[in-house]
Every structure is written in structure tokens, then in C-alpha cells.
Write a protein that binds this ligand. Structure first.
Ligand SMILES: [Zn+2]
Ligand SMILES: [Zn+2]
Length: 246
């Protein structure tokens, strides 16, 4: 692979910031296709080369999202809410990274990669109050972090709105004059965050969907429509445990 890569070094790009020369965009595409758009590799390379980071933002993260969440991608693209460069990187990170602590200072759980997460539009409905149910929101299953001291079993979940800029949720947050978090930002795109609990916009159906205690669900939505939340999970019932073991 290294040999092939060297042969294709592009020698005529005066704007390149990478001091060791670089590959043509087509070759990068093919190499990463072979790597099945490995997100760790994309993230790593983006840190060391600005030229690569630009391709990653425009092309690689988009392909990554398309491979991992094809249905959701169709929705996001057809609505036009994810046509701008740069959004793909945030979405890619959202797909594979549980952000853990940060926002939720009462709990200390480091962020981590997750191998595979299911995002569901049907699930998303449970997180919208009745007045906003026409919005489209994709939400993941909770990432379970068990035995977190006093907090017990904790679940982190994340999601993304389709066409957030024209959503009812956004309009309602603005109409209600909901406050943005003073310091914390979205771990995926660095935008400011609204606290949905403070805005009283978390329906009871959210805790049912998560399998969490009713008053222990909290989530935030950023200005770009990414959602992240935390809940305290109910203990598994005996019958659940049996079916887990089967
Ligand atoms: Zn997690
Ligand atoms: Zn965001």
C-alpha cells in the first residue's frame, strides 16, 4: 500500500500545507473506500494534514455516513439540511462517538468510540412533545454505562434533527425564549446548546422509550440540530435478563 501511495504523490499543488507532499484526491478516495471509511483513520489523518482534512470534510465523512446510516442520510440530504460542507464531519462523529461526560457535570464518564449504534426515526418521535411531532428526529439507543456510583445505571443517547432550521422545536425554543447553555458546546459541531429540560420540552414518552426513570431524562439540542442526552436506566427485570442470556 505504501508503495502505491508514493507513486501517486501529487507534486504540483502550490497551496498544499502538507510538507511531505500528498496524494491526489481520487487516490485518497480509493484507499479509504478499501478501508471502509475507517473513522479513526480519517480523524487521525485530519489532525496531521489540512489538505486531507478538507477532503475528509467534503468527501470522506459523507461517504462514511452514507455507508453506516444510508436511510438517515437520504432523509438528511433530501431535506437539504446537510448539504453544506463540514456538517458531514459532525454527523460522522455523532454516529460513532458517545460523548459521555462534559455537559453533565454530575457524572464523570469519558467519551468513547462505539462500534455500531442504531438510530431510529420512530424512536425520535418519543422525544418530541405532541405539538412538535411533525419534526423528524433520529435518536440512538442508549449507550449503557452501568454502576456509576450514586447515579446507578446511566444511559447516554444522541440524535439529529432533519431540517432543524425550520423545525417546530427550534421555533418553540425561540418563542419560549429558552436560554443557551452559558459555557458548554455541542461535542459534535461546537455550537451552543439549548437545555430541553429547562424549556419543559421533554415528553414522558422519552423515559418509556429509553427504559429510564421518568424524572431522570435530560437532553440538549445544539443550534445545528444535534441532540445529546443522559438518563438513569431502570434495572432490568428478571424476564429481560433471561432473554438477554438466551
Ligand atoms: Zn457511552
Ligand atoms: Zn452540534
Amino acid at each position: 500500500m505504501v508503495l502505491v501511495v508514493k507513486q501517486y504523490r501529487c507534486m504540483h499543488s502550490p497551496t498544499c500545507l502538507c510538507t511531505k507532499g500528498h496524494l491526489s484526491e481520487d487516490v485518497i478516495f480509493l484507499v479509504f473506500q478499501r478501508l471502509n471509511w475507517n473513522p479513526r483513520m480519517i480523524a487521525l489523518m485530519s489532525c496531521v494534514c489540512k489538505w486531507f482534512d478538507d477532503i475528509a470534510k467534503r468527501v470522506l465523512w459523507k461517504e462514511f455516513c452514507r455507508t453506516r446510516a444510508p436511510k438517515m442520510m437520504l432523509d438528511l440530504q433530501s431535506s437539504g439540511s446537510h448539504s453544506v460542507d463540514g456538517n458531514w464531519k459532525a454527523l460522522g462523529k455523532l454516529l460513532v462517538y458517545c460523548s459521555g461526560r462534559g455537559l453533565f457535570s454530575r457524572i464523570r464518564v469519558p467519551g468513547h468510540f462505539v462500534y455500531r449504534t442504531r438510530f431510529s426515526r420512530t424512536s425520535g418521535k418519543s422525544f418530541l412533545i405532541p405539538q412538535c411531532r411533525t419534526d423528524v428526529l433520529y435518536v440512538s439507543d442508549p449507550c449503557e454505562h452501568l454502576d456509576q456510583g450514586e447515579q446507578g445505571d446511566v444511559g447516554f443517547f444522541r440524535g439529529v434533527f432533519v431540517s432543524f432550521s425550520v423545525s417546530r422545536v427550534r421555533k418553540m425554543l425561540i418563542d419560549r425564549d429558552a436560554k443557551l447553555h452559558p459555557t458548554e458546546v455541542c461535542p459534535y459541531c461546537k455550537a451552543k446548546l439549548w437545555n430541553m429540560l429547562q424549556a419543559k420540552m421533554i415528553p414522558r414518552s422519552a423515559s418509556c422509550r429509553l427504559g429510564a426513570y421518568e424524572d431522570c431524562v435530560e437532553y440538549y439540542v445544539c443550534l445545528n440540530g444535534h441532540m445529546l442526552g443522559i438518563c438513569t436506566l431502570l434495572p432490568l427485570s428478571d424476564s429481560d435478563e433471561v432473554s438477554e442470556l438466551e
